[in-house]
Ligand binder design. Structure first.
Ligand code: RB5
Length: 154
């Protein structure tokens, strides 16, 4: 499993913590920026990770900004992306088991680093349960198609 990491300046410090954690756990990842504290626009970095996941270069993404909200909104505009903003472990598990989320987003100004790393761990260890949940994912994809997104509109 290869993981795309990205953040704006508001999520940079948390991205560095997540990187250390992934390295320690032996996960393969790529850091798509930002790389310094200069102000940048979060959609640019959310898009890099979301496109990488959509294109299959990464199996998961973890994106951070100040709140986790902006990167989540931007990533979810990319068809096939299910980005989940999580601030607790219960949601992180459900995001994978029920929603088959392929991107985790978090807010550095909201969630402390200790909890954030637990959320990452749960998100990466949990698996989609399928069954009735697949029907609901299919309906999300129907909505994407209705509005011009979806996999057939590459
Ligand atoms: C940047 O100041 C901040 O707006 C951004 O990191 C994020 O919180 C947006 O949703």
């Amino acid at each position: 499993m290869k993981i795309a990491l990205a953040s704006d300046h508001g999520g940079l410090a948390l991205k560095e913590r997540v990187k250390e954690f992934l390295e320690g756990e032996g996960f393969e990842y790529e850091d798509l920026g930002t790389f310094d504290t200069g102000p940048v626009d979060y959609p640019d970095f959310a898009l890099k990770a979301a496109e990488g996941v959509r294109e299959g270069r990464f199996q998961r993404g973890i994106i951070m900004c100040g709140t986790g909200l902006g990167v989540s909104m931007a990533a979810n505009k990319v068809p096939g992306i299910r980005a989940a903003l999580c601030g607790d472990c219960f949601s992180a598990r459900a995001a994978r088991e029920h929603n088959d989320a392929n991107i985790l987003t978090m807010g550095e100004r909201v969630t402390g680093p200790g909890l954030a790393l637990e959320i990452v761990k749960v998100f990466l260890q949990s698996s989609f349960q399928g069954g009735r949940h697949q029907r609901r994912i299919d309906k999300i994809e129907e909505i994407e198609k209705r509005y011009g997104g979806g996999r057939e509109n590459n």
